[in-house]
Structure formats: C-alpha cells, structure tokens
Design a protein around this ligand. Structure first.
Ligand code: GRF
Length: 187
C-alpha cells in the first residue's frame, strides 16, 4: 500500500511517538512517520527519532517566524498529516489554514470535559466516574475540534494522578493509531 507521509509534533516524553513509529512499520498502517518536530531541544522523545533514523527538527519558538520554518520542512517532506503528541504550543490560525483538517491531537480526557492542562487532578477533584482519552481534529479553539476517537475506563477509588495517567496513556496507544486508520479509511 502507498503510505502517506506524516509528521509528529512533540514536547516531552514521546511515548505516543514511539507507539506510532512501531505501528507505522506494520504493512497495512496508512502512514509513515517521515518527520518529527520538537519545540524543546531536551525533549526525551527526540531519542525515538534518532533510534529509528527519522529526520527531526528542533524548533526555537522564540524566533518570530518559527512556524514558517516548520512549514518549509513540512513541504520539503511532503507531509499529508500532522499528529500532535504532547506538543505544548498553540498553533496559529495561519498555520491551521495551511493544514486544514490535517492536524490531529490526543488529549488525556473525555472531551469536551476537561480541556486544557492538569486534567488528572481536575478529574479526581470532580469525582468523575469515568475518564479516558480523545483524538480530535485541531481547530482554533483549545481542544475543541471534531472528535475522531474516544476511549474510556472506570476510575477506581484507589486511583491517583499517576495511575490515571498510566491507564489513560495505555488507551492512547490504541486510540491514536485507530484514529489515523479511521481518517484514511473515511477519506
Ligand atoms: C499524552 O498523554 C497526551 O494525552 C498529552 O500529552 C501526553 C504526551 O505524552 N497531550 P507522550 O509525550 O506521548 O509520552
């Protein structure tokens, strides 16, 4: 099958990046991971790009035109889809317009609940019965684009922020690949 070129944006650990790299090596998975972009030069996740010999771009977001630089690379690598996997920067409207309906994000809650940061502490404070993760299209409002895949689990009385994160990420490793398969099946 002809796979589409994709770019993964990260800022941190990169466990979703690692998972997507592994999935992309399966014959029937619709994308190749062609490029990794990190806005942090010390993001631990960059090691996966190195390990699997994937070109990566470390971008200095203090530069006024840093998004234009990213756009140049996306063009150079003929990128069809961008996956935000723990990328902690807001994407400008101008950038979004260039990749309309082609940028997806994974969020550690059942959207539209708990948009934004510190989700696990807020979920516990709110005494939620269930939580999970959501893969959605990115638009110009925070964590608000159309939902592609959502996965949930029941919270136990023994859960804390660490166990919630662990359980949520286990679901993320299923949800992100599933969302990508769904996008290419439907389009
Ligand atoms: C994920 O849990 C995701 O929900 C959130 O950021 C985290 C990134 O984790 N947006 P990792 O860097 O993929 O390990």
């Amino acid at each position: 099958m002809v796979k589409k070129n994709s770019c993964i944006f990260i800022s941190g650990q990169g466990s979703n990046l690692k998972n997507l790299i592994k999935k992309s090596r399966e014959y029937s998975f619709p994308i190749n991971i062609t490029l990794v972009v990190s806005n942090k030069d010390n993001a631990p996740g960059i090691k996966y790009a190195r390990k699997y010999s994937i070109p990566y771009l470390i971008i200095n977001t203090k530069l006024r035109n840093y998004e234009e630089k990213i756009l140049l690379f996306l063009k150079r690598y003929n990128i069809s889809i961008i996956c935000l996997a723990g990328y902690m920067k807001i994407i400008s409207k101008k950038f979004l317009n260039k990749y309309r309906k082609k940028i997806i994000n994974i969020h550690p809650s059942l959207l539209p609940k708990f948009k934004g940061l510190n989700t696990f502490s807020r979920i516990l404070d709110n005494k939620e019965k269930k939580t999970g993760c959501t893969v959605h299209y990115v638009n110009d409002k925070l964590d608000s684009g159309n939902i592609i895949v959502k996965k949930s689990f029941y919270i136990s009385p023994y859960d804390n922020e660490d166990t919630l994160k662990f359980k949520t990420q286990k679901l993320e490793y299923l949800a992100f690949p599933e969302a990508i398969i769904k996008i290419f099946r439907d389009n």
